[in-house]
Design a protein around this ligand. Structure first.
Ligand SMILES: [Zn+2]
Length: 58
């Protein structure tokens, strides 16, 4: 029995392209880049990131 309830349910997720806070239910895309996963509000934000990920990550 593992009653360990440490999963984080209210992590804030930001779309780093447009800067908006994302509701997890409204995430339209995710991209894995350098072992991090980035989430986006729309397919167009996702495309911006995919084209130039170095512009949004340091
Ligand atoms: Zn966006």
């Amino acid at each position: 029995m593992n009653n360990n309830n440490q999963s984080i349910k209210y992590t804030k997720v930001f779309d780093i392209v447009c800067g908006m806070e994302l509701d997890p239910a409204k995430i339209k895309g995710a991209v894995e880049y350098k072992r991090e996963t980035y989430y986006f509000c729309s397919d167009s934000c996702r495309k911006h990131f995919v084209e130039k990920p170095e512009r949004y990550t340091v």
